[in-house]
Design a protein around this ligand. Structure first.
Ligand SMILES: Nc1ncnc2c1ncn2[C@@H]1O[C@H](COP(=O)(O)OP(=O)(O)O)[C@@H](O)[C@H]1O
Ligand SMILES: [Mg+2]
Length: 252
């Protein structure tokens, strides 16, 4: 299968912190859902900033569809870790922001998707009027409706309670199955990564190296029962012990 995004031997250091990414090689195939699990502070968001062109690695290469994109912005739809909604724009105008950057705002499509995610009553509201879960859905929708074919999601559900989180995971999968984007998803939640992904990369603590790549054997669409299956639970234990052997941080 064709790789949509590929990182080859990417190394990145910061002056104060030292080496953060140490020879990272990974890829996401076209239409694939891939997660990165790693302890906090290991360098996960730094990987995304390199892919998004906000940071330049000092060594290694990044490719989109075989084209080198080191230091180039605008290629990727990116939902950053912190809530990035603009407080002075309505929900609907926030959703359209990604499209506006490409001069192609499609208000009807935004309205259709706001209906699908039960937010049409809020299309003219401002971000401060929304709950945390609603804000996450809006930020996610904005990334999803951006025209790029690759979506980077940086711990999108970490601020949500367990039940909302699970609903959002199922919601994300249903939308992803419809849109067929290539997704790279960061989390420190093992269960979440197994439930959502086709493949998972495990990262060591800083300086981040890839300690293992795991292909998930579970059929799609994924359903609630999967969380209780013995194969799922065994994998969860295995990943936990791999991360522990690699130097587990208590936040995982
Ligand atoms: N711009 C920066 N300058 C210096 N150090 C940074 C910068 N960005 C991140 N770091 C450091 O790099 C390490 C990895 O950060 P980050 O990629 O945000 O980790 P994660 O997303 O896995 O929690 C941390 O120690 C962080 O303090
Ligand atoms: Mg981070």
């Amino acid at each position: 299968m064709e790789a949509k995004i590929r990182l080859e031997h990417v190394t990145k250091s910061f002056k104060d912190t030292g080496v953060v990414l140490d020879d990272i090689t990974l890829h996401v195939n076209d239409g694939e859902f891939v997660s990165i699990i790693g302890p906090s502070g290991s360098g996960k968001s730094t990987i995304f900033q390199c892919i998004g062109g906000l940071l330049q690695p000092e060594k290694g290469e990044l490719f989109l569809d075989h084209r080198k994109i080191n230091g180039e912005t605008g290629n990727i739809a990116y939902m950053p870790q912190q809530n990035s909604l603009l407080p002075w724009r309505t929900v609907s105008d926030n959703v359209l922001l990604g499209q506006e950057l490409f001069h192609k705002p499609d208000k009807q499509e935004a309205q259709k998707w706001l209906r699908k995610i039960n937010l049409s009553d809020y299309q003219d509201a401002y971000p401060h009027q929304l709950s945390g879960g609603m804000k996450q859905r809006v930020a996610f929708l904005r990334a999803l409706l951006s025209p790029q074919s690759v979506l980077l999601l940086d711990e999108p559900f970490s601020a949500l309670d367990e039940f909302t989180r699970f609903d959002m995971q199922k919601w994300l999968l249903s939308i992803w199955e419809e849109k067929q984007k290539s997704v790279l998803f960061i989390t420190h939640n093992i269960e979440e990564a197994i439930f959502l992904s086709d493949r998972i990369y495990l990262l060591s603590p800083r300086p981040a190296k890839i300690i293992r790549e795991i292909k998930l054997p579970f059929r799609r669409p994924r359903c609630d029962q999967l969380l209780m299956e013995s194969e799922f639970l065994a994998l969860k234990r295995e990943i936990y012990s791999d991360l522990k052997a690699g130097g587990l941080h208590e936040s995982v």
